[in-house]
Design a protein around this ligand. Structure first.
Ligand code: ZN
Length: 321
């Protein structure tokens, strides 16, 4: 590990984080591992597993409540018609969506100031309509994807609701303009093994990492939850722990991500290499959007906060070293 992460400042702000299981769906192994792709085109490998879609509630002492991704739509309903075939394959199971779960914890949608999208796939974007007042934060690289968005167009992507304030992130110095409820951010090049990052609140509490390859505009969130301790909201940088954590693979050899599920496979493999490197830092706990093992391991879910679990995980990582 030949990099360091930005250190705490003297009056460092930390975020509290809760994990929300915003539905589940079936993911075929062929979409996860390259070694699972059937060599016979006429008989695909039907194996796969049911995985959660994790979304995250972040609370900043000044800027309030933010969500990182929204997970799946309730009962898998309301997706663009172009998604029909995909939805049959992925079998969405979402009895209670993120709004239902937040309400159970006494959080109403209007309490949420901003929603950050890691990327625009159906299992991350959920339903924006309960959040008309929230600023949507998303990479500017998604703009061309929305050209033919549903319902005006016939793409598999949904247009953002009219009137939604959208802040398009770019990894440039010009990013420092104020939009919506949020302060200017600060460009950091590099941040650890990642080439580009934005310090979203310019206070070191939350970094957006550029993690390209899976889909245009794919970003991750690195959150400082305690003194020099981080949780990395790794979204779909890869879809299984065995792709970045060699201690999770029986023979210790990392598995290669599926060429079927990454828009730019070579670029995505580079992002996974960077993920592998940041994971080697014991102060960083990586949570992929669909890591079912996290539930088996007892990762606490909303309304619980995750800080003490992150601290325990970092202790376990140090003990393993
Ligand atoms: Zn995705």
């Amino acid at each position: 590990m030949d990099f360091s992460l930005p250190q705490d400042s003297t009056s460092q702000t930390f975020l509290s984080v809760s994990v929300i299981r915003a539905g589940e769906f079936f993911i075929p192994d062929e979409e996860v591992f390259d070694d699972s792709i059937s060599t016979d085109r006429n008989s695909p490998n039907k194996a796969g597993s049911k995985v959660p879609s994790f979304a995250f509630l972040l609370e900043h002492p000044t800027y309030g409540k933010l969500l990182f991704d929204l997970g799946l739509r309730k009962h898998g309903a309301g997706y663009p018609p172009m998604m029909k075939e995909d939805l049959e394959l992925f079998v969405v199971d979402c009895e209670e969506d993120i709004v239902d779960q937040l309400k159970k914890g006494n959080i109403e949608p209007e309490h949420v100031n901003a929603i950050i999208y890691s990327h625009l796939h159906f299992d991350h974007v959920g339903d924006l309509t309960p959040f008309p007042h929230a600023t949507l934060v998303v990479s500017e690289e998604v703009v061309p994807l929305l050209k033919d968005a549903y319902p005006a167009g016939n793409s598999y992507l949904m247009a953002f609701p009219q009137g939604q304030t959208v802040r398009y992130l770019s990894f440039t110095e010009e990013e420092a303009s104020v939009r919506g409820h949020m302060p200017p951010s600060k460009l950091i090049t590099p941040l650890g093994p990642f080439g580009r990052a934005l310090d979203l609140f310019s206070d070191g509490s939350f970094y957006i990492l550029d993690a390209p390859g899976h889909m245009e505009g794919h970003i991750m969130g690195l959150v400082r939850v305690a003194p020099n301790k981080f949780i990395l909201l790794a979204a779909d940088c890869c879809h299984h722990r065995e792709c970045f954590d060699s201690s999770a693979v029986p023979d210790g050899k990392l598995r290669v991500i599926s060429r079927h599920n990454y828009a730019r496979w070579d670029v995505a493999k580079e992002s996974v290499t960077r993920l592998t490197r940041i994971h080697e830092n014991p102060d960083v706990v990586v949570v992929l959007a669909h890591d079912a093992r996290r539930l088996e391991e007892g990762m606490p879910l909303f309304p619980h906060r995750i800080t003490s679990w992150v601290l325990d995980e970092t202790e376990r990582k140090i003990a393993k070293c």
